[in-house]
Design a protein around this ligand. Structure first.
Ligand code: PHE
Length: 354
């Protein structure tokens, strides 16, 4: 291996071997043969050692050039193969989101729509917006303070038993949890209003809530509430009762009414349970309402001065009322859904009805 023509021949051989390779596997193999330790190029370089200085210099230069050429050819082939293989891979895994499969749910004749719970939330918001409320939202992950403490439910208060709570361990110094009701959003709104000097408040706050309950026909572990909060001067219990009654007939229809029954919540005083005429028997009495003619929708009351104190609102100047009730429960009532679990089973035959 000494002549120049031999080197040119080596490069030509390498070139055609490289050109013929068309997979990553093949190019790896070719690379070993044309430029690896046992390749003719490497052997020629080793043979330089035993040559006279003059021919060694010239041949060495040529071998170096030959090697550079071969390496460049290999590299550009590798790039080409990577590109082809990647394109093939992408083409094979291509998903056509617009593809129409006749008879499938995704067809243009069977478009999806908002879930019944979302529709109900929107309808409830509309009613309250019509009554002059604005709409606010708050986080689903809360600290103990927002979900309980600021709402006049200190640690170990017996009323904590009213809410079976999913606690989170986020490694934070403060206890965090999944909110068990939308009432913590009241605290966020009041804190902000105090900070920004924007009292009064007339807001509703819809959102998802979590309780460590076993789901049954009337309860879900993940459910939705809509909270209401009014903080203004001279607000009385009559304003609360009037708001609830106006809402009830606006949302459920003119023949459905509301009534308030004494109850207990740590964050309202006095507190009441809010019931509406059973939509199924129109108040006559049936199995769904246990023959009472009424269905419980949620809780309400006058904001407890202790809650005002925890957010820095002067309860000599301001009074307010709050309410909270189930959005899923409203959907169930209005559409007479026997078992609320149907709302989360995602049976398309059920969902399509609404
Ligand atoms: N947060 C209460 C619950 O989920 C309901 C409620 C809201 C009661 C506002 C009074 C005032 O049980």
């Amino acid at each position: 291996m000494t002549a120049m023509s031999d080197i040119a021949g080596l490069v030509a051989d390498a070139r055609s071997a490289i050109e013929a390779a068309d997979t990553t596997e093949a190019i790896r193999h070719v690379a070993a043969t044309v430029s690896g330790k046992k390749s003719p190029l490497s052997e020629a370089s080793r043979a330089l050692g035993s040559m006279d200085p003059e021919s060694k210099k010239e041949l060495g230069r040529q071998l170096h050039e030959a090697r550079t050429t071969v390496e460049e050819l290999l590299e550009s082939k590798r790039t080409e193969i990577r590109f082809t293989e990647l394109s093939a891979e992408m083409a094979a895994s291509r998903l056509d989101l617009t593809e129409y499969v006749p008879g499938s749910v995704a067809g243009p004749d069977q478009r999806g729509h908002l879930h019944l719970v979302s529709q109900t939330r929107d309808a409830l918001e509309d009613v309250f917006i019509g009554m002059g409320f604005d709409v606010a939202e708050g986080p689903e992950i809360e600290t103990d303070w927002f979900n309980f403490g600021a709402l006049n439910i200190p640690p170990a208060h017996p009323a904590r038993g009213m809410w079976d709570t999913f606690y989170l361990d986020l490694g934070e110094p403060e206890t965090t949890l999944l909110r068990t009701h939308t009432s913590p959003v009241q605290i966020h709104l009041m804190e902000r209003a105090v900070l920004e000097g924007t009292l009064p408040i007339h807001s509703v706050m819809p959102g998802r809530c979590y309780r460590r309950d076993t789901p049954d026909a009337r309860h879900l572990a993940v459910f939705h509430q809509i909270e209401g909060l009014v903080v203004d001067r001279g607000i009385t219990f009559a304003d609360l009762a009037g708001t609830i009654e106006t809402f009830t007939s606006a949302y459920f229809g003119p023949d459905i009414h509301s009534r308030l029954r004494p109850a207990y919540f740590p964050f309202t005083e006095p507190s009441a349970e809010f019931e509406v005429t059973c939509a199924i028997c129109k108040g006559e009495g049936c199995r769904t309402c246990s023959q009472t003619g009424w269905i419980e929708l949620g809780g309400c009351g006058m904001v407890d001065p202790a809650v005002f104190a925890s957010v820095g609102i002067d309860s000599d100047e301001w009074t307010g009322f709050a309410f909270g009730f189930g959005i899923d429960r409203c959907a169930q009532m209005r559409h007479q859904i026997a078992d609320m679990r149907a709302l989360i089973e995602n049976d398309i035959r059920f969902l399509r009805q609404f």
